[in-house]
Design a protein around this ligand. Structure first.
Ligand SMILES: [Zn+2]
Length: 282
């Protein structure tokens, strides 16, 4: 029958309890998004819910380089700013280039300044958020009592040691406390089939852990790299959610949504900021 309605591509989910028991501590539901509190800071991994973008970017697309209607992207960014309680002029962002450069930023950027090219920002600034945008790549929050970093880690960045460099950059920037890491929603080994070129980039990691026949396990690579940088395994937390096989209504996924133009895929926001452990006066 030619009039048959197309099956919806997404699994409907109840908005009241999106996560059910899907999130394990330290991760927790923050409305339709995912939060994590670790000593010294807080991170929020946003889903694509709660924004104003239309198809194919619905709803919460924060990607400035996407083909979305920019006033909608700006409104979505304002909504994220309200969610995290940090205004956009206090966001520390970079122009992400799939490299391994992570910058320490200790002054707020001038409003009109061109963004630095890097794949992560570390900071000791208070009341400022380090922000990355992703759509399958790993958003990785690094949180210490005296500073935080947010890193964008795709396969190219991981192959170039972006997480190890991120930790080194925090140390160079004077962040000395124990670092904990939180790996946000990103493509899982379940969906990350790769060609030999990508597979070979991870040859130095153990077979069966980082490389599985024709798949790459980027989250395990991330864990190994963070351990190699000196973070013990019990301080590395993975929300263990795959952006590609989760319902389409939850996450932008470059692989799943890739159309004729990669900029037709939206991006979700991940932010981290410092939070004092306790108020001495209380
Ligand atoms: Zn998957």
């Amino acid at each position: 029958m030619s009039t048959t309605r197309k099956k919806p591509a997404t699994t409907p989910m109840k908005s009241k309890n999106v996560w059910g028991d899907r999130l394990q501590p330290p991760f927790k539901a923050v409305g339709d998004h995912i939060g994590v509190d670790l000593p010294g800071g807080r991170a929020l991994f946003c889903t694509r819910r709660g924004g104003v973008s239309g198809e194919p970017f619905e709803e919460l697309n924060v990607g400035l380089e996407t083909n979305d209607y920019m006033p909608a992207v700006e409104e979505n960014r304002e909504r994220v700013a309200r969610l995290i309680g940090i205004p956009r002029e206090r966001w520390l962002e970079s122009k992400q280039v799939h490299g391994a450069d992570v910058r320490i930023v200790d002054e707020l950027p001038e409003p009109a300044a061109a963004p630095i090219e890097a794949d992560g920002v570390a900071t000791t600034l208070e009341d400022a958020a380090a922000v990355v945008v992703t759509a399958d790549c790993l958003p990785v929050a690094l949180i210490a009592p005296d500073g935080v970093a947010m890193i964008h880690a795709g396969w190219k960045g991981l192959a170039a040691d972006v997480l190890k460099k991120g930790v080194e950059q925090m140390r160079e920037g004077g962040i000395e406390g124990d670092i904990q890491a939180a790996i946000g929603p990103s493509i899982g080994v379940c969906c990350y089939e790769v060609n030999t070129h990508v597979h070979r980039a991870f040859m130095r990691y153990p077979r069966g852990t980082a490389r599985l026949s024709n798949h790459a396990h980027l989250k395990n690579v991330a864990r190994l790299q963070l351990q190699h940088a000196g973070i013990p395994l019990d301080r590395i937390h993975d929300v263990d959610i795959c952006t590609m096989c989760a319902p389409r209504s939850l996450f932008h996924s470059h692989r799943r949504d890739y159309g004729a133009d990669p900029q037709d895929t939206g991006r979700q926001a991940s932010a981290v900021w410092r939070v004092a452990d306790s108020d001495p006066g209380d």
